[in-house]
Design a protein around this ligand. Structure first.
Ligand SMILES: *[C@@H]1O[C@H](CO)[C@@H](O)[C@H](O)[C@H]1NC(C)=O
Ligand SMILES: *[C@@H]1O[C@H](CO)[C@@H](O)[C@H](O)[C@H]1NC(C)=O
Ligand SMILES: *[C@@H]1O[C@H](CO)[C@@H](O)[C@H](O)[C@H]1NC(C)=O
Ligand SMILES: *[C@@H]1O[C@H](CO)[C@@H](O)[C@H](O)[C@H]1NC(C)=O
Ligand SMILES: *[C@@H]1O[C@H](CO)[C@@H](O)[C@H](O)[C@H]1NC(C)=O
Length: 343
């Protein structure tokens, strides 16, 4: 009896040893088999691009290009598809199977001109997602309201695609959002009123280079993000809610819109403001002396507006020395250094 069990133990050891020798990869593979299956489907849905040639079923998928696994669980946590050469020959839609990688925290598609079609509804299954980047692609259609279900999102960047339609108001329900970057698309309609109800201080916002219209909702005055870029749209009316001496805004770019409000009454974030660009609007009134108290202003442009009166001189901000005439040109009747003297 004893001998027999001893024998079978030896056989077992030999058996395992030969298995180890025969298929070292299979035994040392860390990658979760379910994740691997999904990735291979993903690759197939993208028509097996050369870009993903390293996705060899005989190799551990934690070692594949574009993929990252968690150190402990070995589940796929990041899928980052970034073309490193200009002619990455990848064409197709975002594969729906990406929704079946339930541990994904980071999903990125960058500089893939051949990536087309909609933002897939299966993305809603990625409830652990913190970072979603779809940038410099030809992904089109609307920004789907269902993205609001990704409650852990910290960065939503849909910059530079072919997206159209209006901005869904549901996005303000994302409680952890730090950046919302929807610039350089073909978005139309107004900035949603709901954006004022983002959890304070609110995410950094870039909606620039779209075709947004209407007025800036007054509710946005409740926010205090570090940076807001609404440049190159068709926004009209009052933008004064975005200013205030107690705000911590560093960068405010409202250039190239149809904004029209009295600049004389604006109070600026004195401590924080670094960059203010309002060029090409219909802003009227004077440049207020409060602007000379903004200490760290490095970029400033009020050109192509309807401002009038003397450029305030002196103050810690020293506007007249710090910025040349190009910051002030093409207004109604601005005068004083660096422009010609007032009459
Ligand atoms: C790019 O892909 C297309 C079709 O998918 C194919 O016809 C073409 O030969 C590919 N070009 C290169 C350089 O691989
Ligand atoms: C979208 O596709 C066109 C060609 O159809 C290409 O010229 C353009 O660069 C693409 N856009 C982006 C952002 O990749
Ligand atoms: C961009 O979107 C428009 C619809 O808004 C569509 O007609 C066009 O084919 C899209 N371009 C690409 C390259 O996908
Ligand atoms: C705001 O967006 C425009 C257009 O996308 C860009 O050219 C500009 O540099 C941005 N402004 C700042 C201050 O980053
Ligand atoms: C201000 O904007 C105008 C119009 O875009 C531009 O011509 C000028 O160079 C800018 N000036 C500065 C100082 O940035």
């Amino acid at each position: 009896m004893r001998t027999k069990s001893g024998e079978s133990a030896v056989v077992l050891v030999l058996c395992c040893l030969s298995l180890l020798l025969l298929s070292p990869i299979a035994l040392s593979e860390k990658c979760n088999p379910q994740d691997k299956k999904v990735l291979l489907k993903f690759k197939k849905e993208l028509n097996n691009p050369y870009f993903l040639a390293s996705w060899d079923p005989h190799r551990d998928c934690c070692d594949w290009y574009c993929v990252e696994c968690d150190i402990k669980s070995h589940r796929i946590t990041a899928l980052v598809m970034k073309s490193s050469f200009p002619d990455t020959n990848l064409s197709g839609h975002i594969p729906p199977s990406v929704g079946d990688l339930p541990y994904l925290e980071n999903l990125e598609f960058h500089k893939l001109p051949g990536l087309t079609g909609p933002i897939q509804p299966t993305l809603t299954k990625l409830t652990k997602l913190k970072y979603l980047f779809i940038e410099y692609t030809n992904v089109s259609g609307p920004i789907p309201p269902f993205l609001a279900q990704l409650k852990n999102l910290q960065i939503l960047s849909l910059s530079t695609n072919n997206l159209s339609g209006s901005i869904p108001s549901s996005l303000s329900q994302l409680p952890n959002l730090e950046y919302i970057l929807l610039d350089r698309n073909k978005l139309t309609g107004p900035i949603p009123e709901s954006f004022g109800s983002f959890k304070k201080p609110g995410p950094n916002i870039d909606l620039s280079h779209n075709q947004l219209s209407g007025s800036i909702p007054a509710s946005l005055g409740q926010l205090d993000p570090e940076s807001i870029n609404l440049s190159r749209n068709k926004l009209e009316g009052d933008a004064s809610v975005l200013f205030g001496s107690k705000k911590r805004t560093r960068v405010l770019d409202l250039s190239r819109n149809l904004l029209s409000f009295d600049f004389s009454k604006i109070d600026f974030p004195k401590q924080s403001l670094v960059s203010l660009d309002v060029n090409h609007n219909k802003i009227y009134g004077k440049i207020p002396t409060t602007l000379t108290k903004v200490e760290n202003l490095q970029q400033f442009n009020v050109s192509y507006n309807r401002l009038c009166g003397e450029i305030p001189q002196g103050g810690t901000g020293r506007l007249q020395d710090r910025f040349d005439e190009y910051a002030y040109l093409h207004n109604k009747c601005l005068c004083g250094s660096p422009l010609p003297k007032c009459k």
